[in-house]
Design a protein around this ligand. Sequence first.
Ligand code: CFM
Ligand code: HCA
Length: 535
Amino acid sequence: MAITEEKLGEILEVYPEKVRVNRRRHIVLKEPDTNAAQQIEANTRTLPGIITNRGCAFAGCKGVVVGPIKDMVHIVHGPVGCAFYTWGARRNKARAGEDGKNYVNYCFSTDMQESDIVFGGEKKLAKLIDETVEIFHPNAISIAATCPVGLIGDDISAVARAAEERHGIQVLAFQCEGYKGVSQSAGHHIANNLLMDKVIGNTEVEKCDEPYAVNLLGEYNIGGDGWEVERILKDIGYHVVCVMTGDGSYEDLRLAHTADLNLVQCHRSINYIAEMLEIKYGTPWLKVNFVGIKSTCDSLRAMAAYFGDKDLMQKTEDVIARETARIQPVIDQYRKVCEGKTAFCFVGGSRGHHYQGLFAEIGVETVLAGYEFAHRDDYEGREVIPSIKKDADSKNIPDLHVEADTKRFKIKIDPERLAKLREKFPFDEYKGMIVDMKEGTIIVDDLNHFETEEFIRLLHPDIVSSGIKDKYVIQKMGIPSKQLHSYDYSGPYAGFNGAVNFARDISMSFATPTWNYIVPPWKNQPLLNATINGD
Ligand code: CFM
Ligand code: HCA
């Protein structure tokens, strides 16, 4: 059943007027004309009282972008809760490199107490840095500020500078207090800016010697996704200089400016670095998507076309032919179980879109999708190339933040050279989520707890992909829920092998007899028991 304006009105009716008007602007009913430029409100403050799935700036900076860098120690400066509750929750896998350094499984925190809040926590932070260097010998250190640090005014940058002098390694101070911005998204930007300012290019090396040198941006190796993508890229003949930041290292990150091309998987969390690399070093970037078989093949072909080498193009076709011949028969088996089912696909800032293609490849149609914290361009699309021209054009999309970044660096690139490079790109825009969705489907930004339940009641999806905050509510409604943040302890889901894993896991969710044993509580008992006179 498709949602009509009237049905939507019934759901939103319970809200107070102001909230209703606000929430309506975050919801789009997909119109018949698929080319219509439908607009959505996004990247604005969640109204108080609404139970959102969003996280904070600290989560976006430390948890998402900086935390996966394996040969650095990441110190959470604040009361221990923010460190403890984010410890090991995101499944960014990492293996130690040649130097044997991998600290991603550790949890470092200053564990601020009341006296630190009153008298300041700078000394405690400096002491923790000294102990960390003495015991662990990391290649660099990050400090992530949590909310109270900003409120009491600890100068973490000064502490970092002094520690750099004492120890001779980089100590990066991220002022990513949770209250900054409206979601994780602000934290991504804070992380991108400092990594670009202090780490990338902090070396004598100017150019990578290997042919076809690429960086993989916005790939966090959740459940091993990055390893599967690297396997395919290496098979074709690419040299991966640096992955940002899944299973990534500080040492590789310093060399990121030496690659020939930047591949952007998660556009939301790292487009700032891609753009700054283009502006500062002239490295072009290509939006890719290694989730789904077709998207993986399209991305590989676009990369080969960019380099324009006949052998590389041929090798790409060989790998695609070999891999698809291997996996397609397996997927076809799983597809029999999944065919004709429907899904909700609601994830953070890019997967709500990226996973729709993979769902379709196993016969599952996405009827509702959205992002927690994406910006309007992730929904409505944007010009990806040429990005410098795009800066001038983006004035009417207020949430791009691109202009602020271009001012940080002098444009060094020769515009003629760049124009030639861009001519080679087969992708000329990033289309965003809305245009890819079918007529009658629904797009919801910052979906909340109440709306999740209401849309489930109305649309009866066969599976809901979301995160830990609503997984069990959904399953208690008798509907399978697949976490598309953590992959529920499974994965990888990217690339060719990932598509097989995904097909297997989703068909398992449908085929399990578990659902026959679940009686949702409202089916046989009232949710509230009235008591009269204490009886
Ligand atoms: Fe990018 Fe991500 Fe996502 Fe994201 Fe995240 Fe994540 Fe995500 Mo959770 S970086 S926007 S801030 S693809 S942690 S690996 S799953 S919400 S859709
Ligand atoms: C975050 C991390 C998260 C949370 C996932 C979830 C992740 O936002 O801080 O809510 O299930 O992917 O681990 O997005």
